[in-house]
Design a protein around this ligand. Structure first.
Ligand code: IPM
Ligand code: MN
Length: 364
């Protein structure tokens, strides 16, 4: 298979972890006889430094002409503490999501058996947890207008907007996933307070009644279930009873917050991949950020990015066997304690980012 992948390393640890994922993709290409061509492009703080725009036109056209996009991370502390900065790296990510129409962000949370003791949560609570957060990615508070500051600077405002159309298309993704997973969708919202959340409940329920309530889940042999949970309660349930969940369907900001929280189930945020899907090219990225403190130190965990590459192969190219080979190699790496400091106990020896990449590429 001949495929063209846009590679956007971004900021912070982005370049280091992307290098490992590309190494693993190359190993897969060699073993399974594929040709992957990579086109590198700038996004985030490095794009601002280079050309004043965090998502330059050239990057957009490289993404549009690719079969899939592999992205590292975005963010630079020099902007975090400067609220007056006119352009920010994060704007590049938002512009990229919007211009590529990436409305569905899938964040699977699947603990590694060998790492159950790494989570701060009790093993008996997290054993068997396996869920996916389906986060709406191009609407809500992140994009709603009007937004900004009052003229005298004393007041700031953001607007949360959702249309039925936006809710329905992401809900469809959640139900379709439930059919091939464990048949259970939980809509997480704040319908006791927010008008947008009430629209989510109404729209998701209508769609369920119209098209999904009689659909059979392949694994359970039963019909698809839909239930509802307020976001504050969901935050608690995720860490006290994570096995309750299968598909968590939620809006943009709630999904952002809950996915970081859910990552503690696996013991390190450095393990979690994600896929952002729309109607055009799809994008794959680790859920963690740019981890600036670790930049250039060769200590960041590359597994989230390597697993994102596995999602890319499976979801965009239909290469399930190759994707599973990568997943198996990652499992083997953690079983054999070939991991970076985020997973090591104090005093325990560990590997560098590069060594973990080499190890996984070597056994894929
Ligand atoms: C994420 C990140 C981004 C978000 C930031 C970097 C804009 O936290 O992908 O979860 O809030 O969506
Ligand atoms: Mn986030």
């Amino acid at each position: 298979m001949n495929k063209n992948i846009a590679v956007l390393p971004g900021d912070g640890i982005g370049p280091e972890i992307i290098e490992q994922a590309v190494k693993v993709l190359d190993a897969v290409a060699k073993k399974y006889n594929h040709t992957f061509t990579y086109n590198y492009a700038l996004v985030g703080g490095c794009a601002i430094d280079e050309c004043g725009d965090p998502y330059p036109e050239q990057t957009h056209s490289i993404c549009c002409n690719a079969d899939a996009v592999l992205f590292g991370s975005i963010g630079d502390p020099k902007y975090d503490n400067n609220p007056t900065a006119k352009v920010r790296p994060e704007q590049g990510l938002l512009k990229m999501r919007k211009s590529l129409g990436l409305y569905a962000n899938l964040r699977p949370i699947e603990p590694f058996d060998a790492l159950l003791d790494k989570s701060p949560l009790k093993e008996e609570r997290i054993k068997g947890a396996n869920l996916v957060i389906v986060r709406e990615l191009t609407g809500g508070l992140y994009f709603g207008e009007p937004r900004g500051r009052s003229e005298n600077g004393e007041v700031a405002f953001d607007t949360c907007v959702y249309s039925k159309k936006e809710i329905e298309r992401i809900a469809r993704k959640a139900f379709e996933l439930a059919i091939i997973r464990k048949g259970h969708v939980t809509l997480v919202d704040k319908a006791n307070v927010l008008a947008t959340s009430r629209l989510w409940r109404e729209t998701v329920t209508d769609l369920y009644n119209r098209e999904y309530k009689d659909k059979i889940c392949k694994a359970t042999g039963e019909t698809i279930k839909l239930d509802y949970m307020f976001v504050d309660n969901a935050a608690m349930q995720l860490v006290t009873a994570p096995t309750f969940f299968d598909v968590v369907l939620t809006e943009n900001l709630f999904g952002d917050i809950l996915s970081d929280q859910a990552s503690v189930i696996t013991g390190s945020i450095g393990l979690l991949p994600s896929a952002s899907i729309g109607d055009k090219v799809a994008l794959y990225e680790p859920i963690h950020g740019s981890f600036p403190q670790a930049k250039g130190k060769n200590i960041a965990n590359p597994i989230a990015t390597i697993l994102s590459a596995a999602m890319l192969l499976e979801t965009s190219f239909g290469l399930t066997e190759e994707a599973n080979a990568i997943r198996k190699a990652c499992i083997k790496a953690v079983e054999n304690k070939k991991y970076t400091p985020d997973l090591a106990n104090p005093g325990q020896s560990c590997l560098t980012t590069q060594q973990v990449g080499d190890y996984i590429a070597g056994i894929v």
